[in-house]
Design a protein around this ligand. Structure first.
Ligand code: SAM
Length: 239
């Protein structure tokens, strides 16, 4: 195993706290599948979906698929910390990592415009409210906070369309709701390079998210094959 692989493995083990599970009362399989809301880990995404992030980022680097990396819905920032760490491990000099979140949790469902979100109100859940200062501190903890980490603070509907993103190689959606998924796909999908990855964290677990993806793909005539990652995550590569 190369030093690069060992570093990325170590990063995943730390970000998930998988390396320290003996200090927590949680079954390894639960954490590996990302089924819990961990007390201290920087991501609630488990190892299987983080391995997929790694596959996506390393593939675009190896194949030279152009563009930056983004996650829409970062919580404590773990997935984007991993993205930045992989760029570091590959000594990539220029790609940026975009970190998009309200940094105050989910919006209340707007059931007038997005009836699919009815009954899915997580807006008051304080565990999901992690401010940008805390997420920057999490990047800093790993020595990965620099000017190639670009924060987009606010609701996706306000921040993503005007963001100065030119091209994306990896677009990872993790905003749970129909509205949040659509608000990311509409302004960003056309910026994804051919050969780039579109990853949807909540496709299996959240019916509104799955419907948003299905409707968007139908409207746009997207037939690229959807690959299952685990019980909830999926991805496709843009043809
Ligand atoms: C399930 S968490 C993301 C988990 C994260 N990817 C991880 O690695 O643990 C969902 C995040 O999406 C954000 N979010 C959801 N809808 C949003 C919207 N419309 N605009 C901005 N942020 C949103 C929430 O603030 C929350 O941080």
């Amino acid at each position: 195993m190369t030093a690069r692989d060992r570093y990325v493995d170590l990063l995943v083990g730390c970000l998930t706290r998988e390396l320290f599970l003996d200090q927590e009362d949680i079954a390894p399989e639960i954490r590996a599948e990302g089924r819990d809301w961990p007390a201290t880990a920087e991501t609630m995404v488990g190892r299987r979906r983080l391995d997929n992030v790694r596959l996506a980022v390393e593939t675009v680097l190896a194949e030279g698929v152009p563009g930056d990396l983004i996650e829409t819905g970062v919580w404590r920032g773990g997935v984007t910390i991993l993205m930045r760490g992989i760029l570091e491990a590959w000594e990539n000099p220029d790609r940026q990592v975009w970190v998009a979140d309200s940094f105050e949790g989910l919006p209340a469902p707007n059931v007038v415009d997005y009836p699919d979100d009815e009954g899915h109100d997580l807006s008051g859940v304080t565990t999901l409210m992690v401010n940008a200062h805390q997420v920057r501190a999490n990047f800093d903890r790993y020595g990965l906070l620099d000017d190639r980490v670009r924060f987009l603070e606010g609701w996706f509907a306000d921040t993503l369309a005007p963001a100065p993103i030119e091209q994306l190689a990896v677009l990872r959606l993790d905003g749970d709701l129909y509205e949040s998924t659509m608000d990311a796909l509409v302004p960003l999908y056309d910026k994804v390079s051919s050969g780039g990855f579109v990853i949807v964290d909540d496709y299996g677990a959240w019916e509104p998210c799955r419907r948003a993806v299905e409707n968007f793909r139908a409207e746009r005539g997207i037939t690229d094959e959807i690959h299952e990652i685990d019980w909830t995550g999926v991805y496709w590569r843009k043809s």
